[in-house]
Write a protein that binds this ligand. Structure first.
Ligand SMILES: Nc1ncnc2c1ncn2[C@@H]1O[C@H](COP(=O)(O)OP(=O)(O)OP(=O)(O)O)[C@@H](O)[C@H]1O
Length: 629
């Protein structure tokens, strides 16, 4: 960038000002421009805005391909239309629309949200198909393919004309936008983003995956119903075919094109899809847009070439696509036939060149041009405090076994950890250590045996139940919440705690100066410390650390030893899997050794070090870091 404007404004304030200006401009539009057609398009844009903000909850925030939104929109529209026919008052009509989409939306969410990827997409597709068939076939209620006509009722005695109705849609869009923004920035929204990145970690930290997924889907469905009701009141005529595959694809296009996980993105997407038919029919406008798109797509290519590097595929492909689409827009003799093809090239260029969508890319550019002042952070509070436990047992494992096919990963292990104790768990690779922690933390259900955490028997195979009993864990394969910052990663794990306390936990692991950093930008070592802070923030009665030093540099290992020592001082019992012998020897009160799923030794580090069975187990597998103590 050539210059950067330093702004005293906070980004949030700047965003709010721009949004207020946008809505003021949109509200004033009918007094500046009297055209009925333009007003109709803007009303449609406001309705689509509400619909896409709802769709973004699942497609953007949850990261699931939801193909049911068009059908839910239709159900909302029919719900509202039937309420109008029953002479319901205006607010009741809106409520009927919301309910008509919300109930089937929740009914769909509960079984399908356990599914992921293509399975989820296909089940929402089945729902969409079925809904349209039901709307078609339930002729006695919906009038089938012939369609349903309604007249818009008065709102509190006022008969709304086209401008009045447009303003109403605009107000509802503004409220939906603010409500969505607050909701998705709250702990609830952070939880949704966290579970998209790691559902295992969210369950293990007691955040709750299914509950949050269902709520996000319900929110999206309710907005689909609200938008559907407004759509019915806007057009006054409904046909089931209008809510089929075409609309489904267009809505997805709107969210992706505009920008996911952003209300600005949904708004931009709504603007594009509302204008789409018009955009495709106006050749001059269309050609100018293609030319402008080509120039914009050329910028990254030229910049890379100027710095004497070879442009990447993500730079070349959009430029090529835009070059072809501009060529067709200007020179194709039968451009009418080519319109959809040209638009497909537009879409390809945007998806490849701006994977985050138009609005998000624009926001990123603005952030480079204008330096906003960051939100001030409160002083760190809290952190490690002595755990209030009497002497007793933190973990009691009895005859625990788990096999995978013929492999006995954990074979009849009985083990206790006392409150305040640090127990090391070592063993050669594949000896069953991680499976043991997976059984205690509820990731796996045991074949036999029992687990008791702080006096409670959690339900076997339930991460949430083991968490509720007081267990918290880290993972051998890191499970960061990549879309969240370090601070947000802690806040999402805390219930009823403040930002100051979250910073306190970051200070405990020496990351308080990185609170605003996204997890995707953090180093491997820092992420390992952040996982420990996340687990500590849940105030566990048993902390399970799975190879925390793996991949860490020597200075980080020293930091880790200091941290675990202070955890011990606070009296938090720890089950520590570790290959680094110096870490185990320095920290652990006792060490258990596993080999082939069995526990072959248990004692102090010194006792274990000289145990012949331990030496034998390690011989033959000792390479670099897996040495006996
Ligand atoms: N989900 C699974 N499905 C099938 N086999 C598994 C599964 N999880 C673990 N195993 C097997 O169970 C055995 C124990 O694996 P585990 O990961 O618990 O060992 P480990 O001691 O933690 O090893 P490492 O030190 O390499 O992490 C291995 O043979 C492994 O292949």
């Amino acid at each position: 960038m050539f210059f950067t404007i330093v702004s005293g404004l906070k980004e949030k304030t700047a965003e709010r000002i721009i949004r207020i200006l946008l809505f003021t401009g949109l509200a004033l539009f009918p007094s500046i421009w009297q055209g009925k057609f333009a007003l109709g398009l803007l009303t449609l844009m406001a309705v689509y805005g509400i619909l896409l903000i709802g769709l973004d909850a699942t497609v953007g925030y949850l990261g699931q391909v939801n193909l049911a939104q068009a059908a839910l929109f239709g159900l909302g529209a029919y719900g509202a239309a039937l309420a109008v026919q029953a002479d319901a008052a205006f607010p009741v009509v809106l409520l009927a629309g919301i309910t008509a989409a919300l109930l089937p939306g929740v009914a769909l969410a509960l079984p399908t949200l356990r599914l992921e990827g293509p399975q989820f997409a296909l089940s929402t597709l089945s729902f969409a198909t079925l809904s349209v068939i039901v709307l078609n076939e339930a002729e006695s209620i919906t009038n089938g393919a012939l369609g349903l006509s309604i007249t818009r009722p008065a709102l509190f005695g006022f008969s709304l004309d086209a401008t009045g109705f447009y303003w109403l849609c605009l107000i509802i869009l503004a409220i939906t936008w603010s409500a969505s923004q607050s909701l998705l920035k709250s702990r609830f929204g952070l939880a949704i983003e966290a579970l998209r990145d790691s559902p295992i970690a969210t369950d293990a930290l007691g955040i709750g995956t299914l509950r949050h997924k269902a709520l996000a889907f319900a929110w999206g469905s309710a907005l689909a119903g609200l938008a559907g009701a407004l759509h019915a009141l806007n057009f006054g005529y409904l046909q089931p075919a209008a809510f089929g595959y075409d609309l489904m694809v267009i809505l997805l296009l709107g969210v992706v094109f505009g920008g996911r996980r952003s209300q600005w993105g949904s708004f931009t997407g709504a603007l594009v899809i509302a204008m789409l038919p018009n955009l495709l029919s106006n050749r001059t406008f269309f050609s100018s847009l293609a030319a402008a798109g080509f120039v914009i797509a050329l910028i990254p290519v030229i910049r890379t070439l100027l710095s004497k590097k070879i442009p990447s595929f993500t730079a070349i492909a959009p430029a090529l696509a835009m070059m072809i689409s501009s060529g067709l827009a200007f020179f194709a003799p039968n451009v009418e036939d080519w319109r959809k093809g040209i638009f497909a090239l537009f879409l390809f260029a945007t998806v490849v060149g701006l994977p985050d969508g138009l609005a998000v890319a624009l926001a990123k550019t603005l952030r480079k041009l204008i330096r906003f002042s960051p939100d001030p952070l409160p002083q760190a509070m809290g952190g490690l405090r002595p755990l209030n436990t009497a002497s007793g047992t933190a973990l009691k494992v009895t005859n625990l076994s788990k096999s995978f096919g013929g492999v006995k990963a954990v074979d009849n292990i009985t083990l206790n950890i006392a409150n305040g104790e640090i127990l090391g768990l070592i063993g050669p690779n594949g000896s069953g250590k991680t499976t043991f922690i997976n059984l205690i933390s509820g990731l796996y259900a045991p074949d036999h045996g029992t687990v008791e955490i702080a006096g409670t028997h959690p339900a076997p195979g339930s991460l949430m139940s083991a968490f509720a009993a007081g267990g918290a864990r880290t993972f051998q394969n890191l499970q960061p919440f990549s879309g969240l910052t370090a601070l947000e990663s802690i806040m999402v794990c805390q219930r009823n705690s403040t930002k100051a306390e979250a910073i306190g936990w970051l200070r405990t692991v020496n990351l308080d100066n990185k609170s605003r950093l996204l997890c995707s930008e953090m180093s491997y070592g820092d992420l390992r410390f952040l996982e420990i802070a996340r687990a500590l923030a849940t105030r566990p009665r048993l902390l399970m650390l799975d190879e925390p030093a793996a991949g860490m540099s020597m200075p980080d290992i020293t930091r880790l030893i200091e941290l675990v020592t202070s955890i011990k001082r606070a009296g938090i019992p720890v089950l520590l899997i570790e290959h680094h012998q110096d870490v185990v020897a320095e920290l652990c009160d006792r060490v258990a050794v596993m080999d082939g799923g069995r526990m072959i030794a248990l004692g102090t580090p010194d006792q274990v070090r000289s145990d012949p069975k331990v030496i034998e187990a390690y011989l033959g597998v000792i390479e670099t870091d897996s040495k006996p103590l």
